[in-house]
Design a binder for this molecule. Structure first.
Ligand SMILES: C=C1C[C@]23C[C@@]1(O)CC[C@H]2[C@]1(C)CCC[C@@](C)(C(=O)O)[C@H]1[C@@H]3C(=O)O
Ligand SMILES: O=C(O)CCC(=O)C(=O)O
Ligand SMILES: [Fe+2]
Length: 378
């Protein structure tokens, strides 16, 4: 089924449109693909355009979690040091033998096809509201006026809190209706698996930083995380646009499963390098909030997603985030005379709102946010 969303005749800058008109603009890849040229708003500046030549593959550390998950201490030490090494370099690593059921992963991909191939009006029953981080969005035509990403997304909340065990299932049922109950069950189960995996990775990160194994695991126990489904339609001019622009994730930890199309790229040693698809592995990277929690020991990493002119691409991204009102502050072991505090205390709730209402996440989000907080608190 074609992807049926619609770009109407957008003038040169979206800002000239009234707010309600902007909100009414949607992104119709099936119409856009038939046009020789793509609207100016989707064309990125020369310094950010993807090269037409294919990026070289990055040799990403592949970490086997089998021994760690079955409680073997030597494998746990090994996994922790491999995670630490990766985070000292570019902050990306792959995990295999991760304990997530392969059928659940393929169901999660299959239900993405079902959702994004729905008629637009159906998808817009979950339309993301201005300033909110959840719901259906088509390339953010109502949110940004240039450098529009070539993608549709569906984002929804996950909570690790005991009283929120059905939050994902309920979201789909309430937003989309009873016929989406099965879809809601699959993504509830998928997010539960992501939650377990991310807390395990937090143990390895804590050990690698020389703090207790339990420190970050306990910090994220009651997390308020975000699940995002990325759907990238084919684009007739893939070297002029981007599926997701260059950015560091503002969140704490990202666990991403990409399909076999390829398109995820990381900026390493001043060049864009691709991460080859591997259906048995999750791609893991730390984000800005964990960079602050580690007092800058580990860096949030710059990455992007390119599109192609042949086939849609899908990725499922689980973004681990602290409980909204929990104060983000590094453990005392990571602060001393040689390593003074780099970022102010903040809550994820405030940082998330900053990215949704005041600043489009890029490679400087955390610094811009720190300046904003310090300016507000005087
Ligand atoms: C907190 C978030 C903001 C974005 C989604 C996310 O949950 C984590 C990644 C962020 C994002 C993907 C970074 C690139 C720019 C962005 C606008 C996008 O292309 O989607 C960002 C997301 C957002 O909706 O603000
Ligand atoms: O789709 C991808 O491979 C990357 C998406 C991404 O970086 C994001 O959603 O934050
Ligand atoms: Fe990202």
């Amino acid at each position: 089924m074609a992807i049926d969303c619609m770009i109407k005749n957008i003038p040169s800058t979206m800002s000239s449109l009234k707010e309600d008109q902007q909100r009414s603009l949607v992104f119709d890849a099936s119409v856009l693909q038939r046009e020789t040229n793509i609207p100016q708003q989707f064309i990125w500046p020369d310094h950010e355009k993807p090269n037409s030549k294919k990026s070289k593959e990055l040799d990403v550390p592949l970490i086997d979690l089998g021994g760690f998950l079955s409680g073997q201490s030597c494998s746990t030490e090994e996994a922790s040091s491999l995670v630490g090494e990766a985070c000292q370099k570019h902050g990306f690593f792959l995990v295999v033998n991760h304990g997530v059921d392969a059928n659940l992963i393929s169901d999660a991909h299959r239900y993405m096809d079902l959702f994004f191939e729905l008629p637009l009006a159906e998808k817009q029953r979950a339309q993301r509201k201005v300033g909110e981080s959840c719901g259906y969005a088509s390339s953010f035509t109502g949110r940004f006026s240039s450098k529009l990403p070539w993608k549709e997304t569906l984002s929804f909340k996950f909570s690790g809190e005991k009283n929120s065990s059905d939050i994902v299932k309920d979201y789909f049922q309430n937003k989309m209706g009873d016929e989406f109950l099965r879809l809601g069950n699959v993504y509830q189960e998928y997010c539960n698996a992501m939650n377990r995996l991310s807390l395990g990775i937090m143990e390895l990160l804590g050990m690698s930083l020389g703090v207790s194994r339990a420190h970050f695991k306990e910090f994220f126990e009651e997390n308020n995380s975000i699940m995002r489904l990325n759907y990238y339609p084919p684009c007739q001019k893939p070297d002029l646009t981007l599926g997701t622009g260059p950015h560091c994730d503002p969140t704490s930890l990202t666990i991403l499963h990409q399909d076999n199309v390829g398109g995820l790229e990381v900026f390493v040693d001043s060049e864009w390098r691709s991460i080859a698809p591997n259906s048995h592995a999750f791609v893991v990277n730390i984000g800005d909030t964990f960079m602050a929690l580690s007092n800058g020991r580990y860096k949030s990493c710059l990455h992007r997603a390119v599109v192609n002119n042949k086939t849609p691409r899908k990725s499922l991204a689980f973004f681990l985030c602290p409980k909204k009102d929990k104060v983000v502050s590094p453990p005392e072991e990571l602060v001393d005379e040689k390593n003074p505090r780099i970022y102010p205390d903040f809550t994820w709730s405030t940082f998330l709102e900053f990215t949704q209402k005041h600043y489009r996440a890029d490679m400087n989000t955390l610094q811009a946010f720190s300046n904003w907080v310090q300016q507000k608190t005087g």
